[in-house]
Design a protein around this ligand. Structure first.
Ligand code: ADP
Length: 487
């Protein structure tokens, strides 16, 4: 029943099309690609592979629509966003099942993602009631000095597959609230989930053209999307693609925002609650099959407890059940694609040359599954342990003390998130101060994104802006200064 995974209006004859100027269509497309179920490798639906011409067309449509959308009051724009949040909640079961079938994550995680996306929309809508400018002291009594917040224009959103609803939602909603129009290009592997987001906005009353969806290959559509009339791009994905997009954005004089990789550390001190730590490390390393930019990759444990902790961690990883996301018994779903599996398998083979790699769970026969891995006994200075590996793998090392732990945690080109497990407040404060990362956790896993607080990283993990909350909205606006005087 592939068609039931799509919003009813979006797919005709088991073919998912683009959403441009307010309607679903496969016009202008000849090529099709299969959207695969990663648990079986079987196709769920056919999807159009758009030529770059359609990206150009979508930008033109968005530019026209933005002229009207920007004139709606922020409260009107917010009411559309709130209605879209309600629709996501009403459709939660269908969207979660679609996401679980298409991306592979276990159904409870998919349901959580739908709920979180709806919450993000509500939080964004709430900003319509907040001030958006400032009034400055006057030099002369007759002249008022103030700022207004202006939209950027047409925003391109290039989204990843690992949070196929939440990440597009947290980019699209603030862009729309700020009065921009959007062209969304979802990841090739998760177009159905993106179609649900677009349909929710359309059904919520968003005017035609204010949000458009173009399906196809990033490498083909990217160059056409990063051109006038687009004025900004918000991207989440790999560092290589991010670098390419950033240089193109600079050439085209577009504002850009990049959320990239991570190699997120955990430091476990001897005074940690080990049961809690084990639970959080397992979740941080294996939820969404480790395919999160905030996933736990490196675990540094104080020498006194390293043996005990390693034993408990292995015992907790051993019973994990691999299976399709939609099976209630599944703890760990497949990776998203055969390419993701090949990359992960290649990385494991490299790590196996320099550490003892232990595998857990039973490998299913079909699909793009990989067994969760724990690397022990490696040299923490080896470059492999500083890089991002996208999948359920963590490496564990002993450290002599807190100071060595901090230094090891920081020893990576990335700086997205980091966790400390300890009951010592002084160490907690020193950790929050001393770690070069955008998000610090004390006694909780490295993953997580609250809808109302900033999300983003230091170093090569981000491009110095933040998503979510107030910061997330600011990216999509520009400041206009007004010198105001009567005649
Ligand atoms: P991953 O390797 O994790 O899939 P990517 O950075 O390749 O990460 O993909 C993230 C998003 O970027 C996807 O939507 C993908 O289609 C898109 N993308 C990939 N290459 C390009 C490119 N050259 N230009 C624009 N978008 C791209």
């Amino acid at each position: 029943m592939p068609i039931e995974l799509a919003p009813p209006a979006a797919a005709r004859d088991s073919l998912l099309g683009n959403f441009i100027a307010g309607s679903w269509s496969n016009d202008g497309t000849d090529e099709r690609v299969a959207d695969l179920d990663p648990a079986s490798g079987e196709p769920l639906i056919e999807v159009v592979r758009s030529p770059s011409r359609l990206a150009t067309e979508a930008l033109a449509v968005a530019a026209e629509a933005q002229q009207h959308w920007r004139r709606r009051s922020p409260l009107e724009r917010a009411s559309v966003i709130s209605s879209a949040a309600s629709l996501l909640r009403e459709r939660s079961e269908q969207i979660a099942e679609t996401m679980s079938r298409e991306e592979g994550k276990p159904l409870p995680e998919a349901r959580g993602e739908v709920g979180r996306a709806a919450e993000v929309l509500d939080v964004v809508a709430g900003y319509a009631h907040k001030p958006t400018g400032e009034v400055f002291p006057r030099r002369r009594q007759e002249q008022w000095l103030l700022t207004l917040s202006s939209p950027l224009g047409v925003v391109v959103v290039i989204a990843p597959w690992n949070f196929p609803l939440l990440i597009p939602a947290w980019k699209v909603a603030p862009a729309l609230l700020a009065g921009n129009s959007v062209v969304l290009k979802p990841a090739e592997t998760t177009p159905l989930t993106a179609a649900h987001l677009v349909q929710a906005f359309a059904d919520a009353g968003l005017p035609p053209g204010a949000l458009n969806l173009v399906l196809g290959r990033g490498s083909e559509l990217g160059p056409a999307l990063l051109q006038a009339p687009a004025t900004a791009v918000s991207f989440t994905g790999s560092n290589n693609t991010g670098r390419e997009l950033a240089s193109r954005a600079v050439e085209q004089h577009m504002k850009f925002q990049l959320e990239l990789g991570g190699s997120n550390p955990v430091l476990v001190l001897a005074d940690a609650d080990l049961d809690l730590t084990v639970r959080e490390v397992v979740a941080g390393a294996t939820s969404s099959s480790g395919q999160k930019c905030t996933a736990t990759r490196r675990v540094y444990v104080e020498e006194g407890v390293v043996e005990n902790f390693t034993e408990q961690l292995r015992a907790a990883l051993a019973p994990l059940r691999l299976g399709p996301g939609i099976d209630a018994a599944t703890d760990v779903g497949p990776l998203v694609s055969s390419e993701a599996k090949a990359d992960f398998d290649g990385a494991v083979a490299e790590v196996e040359k320099v550490a003892d790699v232990h595998a857990f769970g039973t490998q299913p026969e079909q699909g793009f599954f990989v067994r969760p891995r724990l690397a022990l006994g490696g040299d923490p200075d080896h470059p492999l342990f500083r890089e991002e590996i996208f999948g359920p793998m963590a490496a564990l090392f002993a450290v002599a003390d807190f100071e060595e732990g901090i230094a090891r945690c920081n020893d990576t080109p990335f700086g997205l998130s980091a966790s400390l497990f300890s009951s010592n407040l002084t160490h907690a404060l020193a950790f929050a101060d001393g770690i070069d990362a955008g998000m610090i956790h004390v006694n909780s896993q490295t993953t997580g994104a609250e809808p109302h607080i900033p999300f983003g990283g230091f170093k090569q993990s981000s491009s110095f802006s933040r998503e979510l909350g107030r910061h997330g909205i600011e990216f999509f606006s520009q400041v206009k200064t007004v010198y105001l005087e009567g005649t």
